[in-house]
Design a protein around this ligand. Sequence first.
Ligand SMILES: NC(=O)c1ccc[n+]([C@@H]2O[C@H](COP(=O)([O-])OP(=O)(O)OC[C@H]3O[C@@H](n4cnc5c(N)ncnc54)[C@H](O)[C@@H]3O)[C@@H](O)[C@H]2O)c1
Length: 333
Amino acid sequence: MKFNIAVIGCGGVSSMHFEGFARHSDRVEVVAVCDPFEGNRAQAQQKYGVAQGFATVEELIAGADFTVAVVCTPTNVREAVVAQLAAAGKHILVEKPFASSLEEGERMVEECEKNGVLLAVDQNFRYHFPFHLAKQQIAEGTVGNVTAIHLQHMHFRQDTGWRTREKRHTLEIMGVHWLDGFRWILGSEGKSVSAQMRHSSIIDCVGETDLSAQVAFENGTFATYIDSFSSLIPRCEALIIGDKGTLRLDYGGMELYDHSGAPQPAQKWVNSFGGDGKPDSAFECLEQLFLAIESGEQPSNGGRDNIKTLTLMEAAYLSSESGYTIPLEGGQL
Ligand SMILES: NC(=O)c1ccc[n+]([C@@H]2O[C@H](COP(=O)([O-])OP(=O)(O)OC[C@H]3O[C@@H](n4cnc5c(N)ncnc54)[C@H](O)[C@@H]3O)[C@@H](O)[C@H]2O)c1
């Protein structure tokens, strides 16, 4: 089946989605875009050959014929947009982070459920970072029981515009990808979260630039994660340590080290969603929504699932503010 879609918000991230649509034209046709900023709207229409453009969501709903909306507005202008689309009976893929707060995320899930539409989140790092490869090997027992996950993500990143004025920064921009990835590969929910966050004076923004978080999962695995937007040394690597083997992940792929004593990896996998595959990683999240619409089931990256990811994010902020470890019950605060 081919879906007619509309893109709401034609800024930076929308180009990743448009490239993904172009690679999967058998599944998707973009019939309209919506953005109050005429420059971005006109550029998207021209560059990607989109027939209709609208300045407001009201005009879009009244004037375009589409089944699915891809929402790429800034995080802080998401809830009202989702509510309008849900009330109009549109299925929705929203960008990450799903919401700026847990309450906002819960309201959006309820709004969509009330209107009988499906809601999915673009957690594209499930694929762009090779979490999908790790998930498969963990499920197949390749590394045995997973004792620990250690993830380092460090680089120097100076944002501009609305992001610099948000109270929440590094964890909301990047951390939400990693926390979601941990839950997804383990198939387990958080039991407690402890975190420390700081703002570096070298980065012009309001929120945290550097953080360290530890999540204990219900299945006994713990994940330690550090992130820095102020490090002059870039690094992005995850180690997944099991009692039968260790996996090393970076964007390009994954390696397995076993207990044979050999210094080289026992097996290697290339991540086809890494590098130039990023638009495909976003499309895969949309495809999960399409499959759910076709089957009548919930998408694997659904809004209700994502509430558990938002809970880890919320708990990390609470921990950093209070100085306490935050306990969770069934993955909930
Ligand atoms: N998944 C990823 O890899 C990834 C990467 C970058 C950004 N993002 C997320 O995508 C979202 C957007 O980020 P961005 O970098 O594209 O921001 P941006 O500021 O570049 O673009 C946002 C666009 O939304 C438009 N907009 C604002 N209010 C609107 C409204 N009411 N209706 C329609 N359009 C509206 C703006 O005019 C702008 O063109 C954020 O939530 C961000 O976290 C995700």
